[in-house]
Design a protein around this ligand. Structure first.
Ligand SMILES: [Zn+2]
Ligand SMILES: [Zn+2]
Ligand SMILES: [Zn+2]
Ligand SMILES: [Zn+2]
Length: 725
């Protein structure tokens, strides 16, 4: 080899005669960069820019890492070997100007620091709470009588969770406090000047942290799941940068530390930091999902073994839901921000779902017909928005008390978070009617000053939030009795036979997508396609995917999921796959979503060269199918759900009067059909109670609510439970 070669590990260009890299000592065939021997720039290009910026969004890249837990050394150590003193030449303006590798003191030699092994998960999971929980479940699982110790344990749980939550919050804040105080669970936010430099800048920052930490006797653990970077490439050059790092670098960037070889920084999709899952897009969905999984891990045990225990009072069992499940789910919720209604709804669904499951073990009735406020009332829980307000305000107080300047600036720069926080504070002020808080909520200050002006001390904050919680729960007390009565009434009616329906109306607004194979109607296209493929066995374009590459357009998508996405957009590729009669059974993932698509090499499969007409979409747009004939086809039905849904769709297409006129021309139908026609002809009459009967059937209808079934059962239901439904 006559050309100079480049070392992949330390990015050094070496003489062609050098068999070993003089810097890292690697043998040439092991460390040579095979992308070519192009002369390269030194990796530190932005050495004069501050490597952290208070606000990181656009071309942002974040990097987080954990270092093994260590104690701070008692006395400051000697700073290297003197020699160069770079600090005098640095501009004064930026407090954290980046010294170059050469200017940094060499890491202390041969002091292989005896770092204690990291207690895995110790930082993120409240393990003490887990132990107590396990003890509790074990005891209660067998004991008939409630042992004395259990009540004590119960009280302990509540305290422990509150304490661990507070501890985590404090850690979250203090680690953002001052750059010098990082030792444990370090998270660094940094922004690059260009997408191209994002990964190398992250590696550079890691190298600096590595060196600084080694000065104070802390070793950086670069293993998987320990120190990793979440890099988010945006802006011009993002694609090339992704190809470079994800494809050529296999998802990692070399870290150049003098005297150390083979250090690599992994670029990952997500990282669990202090119990919260962080992702590259800043999307909160995966974090919520992760916390939900954590909560589900104890949910079953609590639900089946603790909540039904008759030896515990209702209040005790309700507080268990809070202490064991909700607190686990809402761990770190103070930083949750929902950018889309979708992510908000998924959070609400998960939160409410946790409450819903507890209704039967607590009250012995079904939760099916209960509204969200009723669910919260029966479990003495806060509404989804209230519980987030509490978390955020608690975090605000924590920042105001403990946060350093850096942390305050970080939070103050987060406009959306501040905006949300202001409305949360207003909510708490409104409910508690606290004058100091009201004044604070309306204070016209800029974000940083506003955070500083938080008017309560720690005890005061705790008392305030407790009062807020109490008032919220008390405000829904009156819902408890009627809700339980209604739930029991529904259960009795269901057992007796009649069918209860509500929200029968002419306006279909929410119902649009019809299944071509049956009378079902759906609110979303996704639901309709899911129904059609599950019930009727039609495969959607996306379901044709197997493997990870499209053989038709010859592109590698790296996972079956992304190939499905491609088929959703390209009906032609999907059709050729369907006609191929080939199928795969399991989803494959070769690389995660950051890996750019690449062109396949080699000959094309013969079947992929055939042409077929593009695949028809599984679900037609709402206007494509006339619902009226489908409604008329239901004359013999006993399922009135479909009747009312298709009726609403027909009204939207043809108008109420026309549809009703057509329905009346139908000469005969089942008893159910005639009953349904009578009901829809009184739809627009306000609040009166209507009685109908056809053959052996009877029905009552009032303001959108319908009860129908055998005559006797309906009659006794109307006499008894109807008013409380
Ligand atoms: Zn080298
Ligand atoms: Zn976890
Ligand atoms: Zn269907
Ligand atoms: Zn294709």
């Amino acid at each position: 080899m006559s050309a100079p070669w480049r070392c992949r590990v330390c990015s050094q260009n070496n003489k062609s005669s050098a068999a070993y890299c003089p810097t890292c000592g690697g043998y040439w065939s092991k460390v040579m960069d095979r992308q070519g021997a192009r002369p390269s720039q030194p990796p530190e290009r932005h050495r004069d820019e501050a490597w952290w910026q208070p606000k990181g969004n656009q071309k942002g890249d974040q990097q987080r890492g954990k270092s093994p837990r260590t104690r701070r050394p008692r006395s400051p150590r000697q700073r290297g070997k003197g020699g160069q003193q770079p600090s005098q030449q640095r501009p004064e303006a930026t407090t954290t100007a980046v010294p170059t590798t050469a200017q940094l003191p060499r890491p202390p030699k041969a002091k292989a620091v005896p770092t204690p092994k990291e207690v895995s998960g110790g930082a993120t999971e409240p393990t003490a709470e887990c132990q107590v929980l396990n003890q509790l479940i074990e005891q209660l699982g067998q004991a008939q009588e409630l042992p004395d110790g259990v009540r004590a344990l119960m009280a302990q749980i509540g305290q422990t969770t509150a304490r661990t939550e507070a501890r985590t919050l404090h850690r979250l804040v203090t680690q953002l406090a001052d750059p010098v105080s990082w030792l444990d669970d370090i998270a660094v936010l940094l922004q690059s000047q260009s997408a191209k430099a994002a990964a190398t800048d992250a590696a550079r920052a890691t190298a600096l942290i590595y060196q600084y930490l080694s000065l104070i006797g802390v070793g950086l653990n670069l293993d998987q799941g320990k120190t990793e970077a979440i890099v988010s490439w945006h802006g011009p050059g993002a694609h090339d940068a992704k190809v470079q790092v994800m494809q050529k670098g296999a998802g990692s960037v070399p870290i150049c530390v003098p005297g150390c070889t083979g250090l690599l920084l992994r670029c990952v999709l997500h990282y669990e930091h202090l119990g919260s899952l962080r992702t590259d897009g800043g999307d909160i969905g995966p974090a919520v999902e992760h916390r939900h999984r954590e909560a589900r891990s104890v949910y079953r045990a609590v639900k089946t073994r603790l909540l039904p225990n008759p030896n515990l009072t209702l209040a005790e069992r309700q507080s268990m839901i809070h202490a064991l499940i909700l607190s686990r789910f809402l761990h770190g919720a103070g930083t949750w921000l929902f950018g889309s209604t979708e992510s908000w709804e998924s959070y609400v669904a998960r939160y409410v779902g946790l409450l819903r499951g507890a209704i039967r073990p607590l009250h012995g009735c079904s939760s099916g017909r209960l509204s969200q406020p009723e669910l919260c009332a029966l479990t003495r829980a806060l509404l989804p928005e209230e519980v987030l307000a509490v978390s955020r305000v608690r975090l605000l107080a924590c920042i105001a008390h403990r946060g350093g300047r850096f942390a305050r600036l970080q939070f103050a720069h987060h406009g959306a978070w501040i905006l949300q926080l202001r409305s949360d504070v207003a909510l708490v002020a409104r409910v508690t009617e606290d004058t100091a808080l009201k004044a604070y909520a309306e204070a016209d200050l800029d974000a940083a000053a506003w955070i500083d002006a938080w008017p309560f001390n720690q005890g005061g904050t705790r008392a305030l939030l407790a009062r807020f919680r109490k008032l919220c729960v008390a405000g829904r007390c009156h819902l408890v009795e009627p809700a339980i009565a209604r739930a029991h009434a529904h259960e009795r009616i269901q057992q007796a036979g009649p069918v209860y329906m509500r929200d029968i109306k002419c306006s279909p607004r929410t119902l649009r997508f019809q299944c071509p194979d049956c009378p079902s109607v759906f609110t979303t296209r996704a639901a309709a396609s899911a129904h059609r493929s599950k019930v009727h066995g039609h495969k959607s374009a996306a379901a044709q995917a197997f493997g990870t590459a499209c053989e038709v357009c010859r592109r590698q998508f790296w996972s079956t999921g992304r190939l499905s996405e491609h088929f959703r957009k390209s009906a032609r590729c999907a059709a050729i796959y369907r006609e191929s009669d080939l199928a795969g059974t399991q989803a494959e993932v070769l690389a995660d979503k950051r890996m750019p698509c690449s062109q396949l090499v080699g000959p094309q499969q013969w079947w992929a060269t055939l042409d077929h007409p593009p695949l028809e979409p599984l679900v037609q747009p709402p206007s494509a199918i006339d619902p009226l004939p489908r409604l008329l086809a239901l004359v013999q039905t006993e399922q009135l759900h479909s009747f009312f849904q298709l009726f609403a769709c027909s009204v939207e297409a043809h108008g109420y009067d026309e549809v009703l006129a057509v329905l009346r021309t139908v000469p005969e139908g089942s008893d159910y059909w005639r009953l349904a026609v009578s009901v829809v002809s009184v739809l627009d009459s306000s609040n009166e109670l209507h009685h109908f009967s056809e053959g052996a059937l009877a029905a009552v209808f009032q303001t959108g609510a319908l009860l129908y079934g055998p005559k006797d059962a309906v009659r006794s239901a109307v006499a008894g439970d109807w008013p409380s439904l």
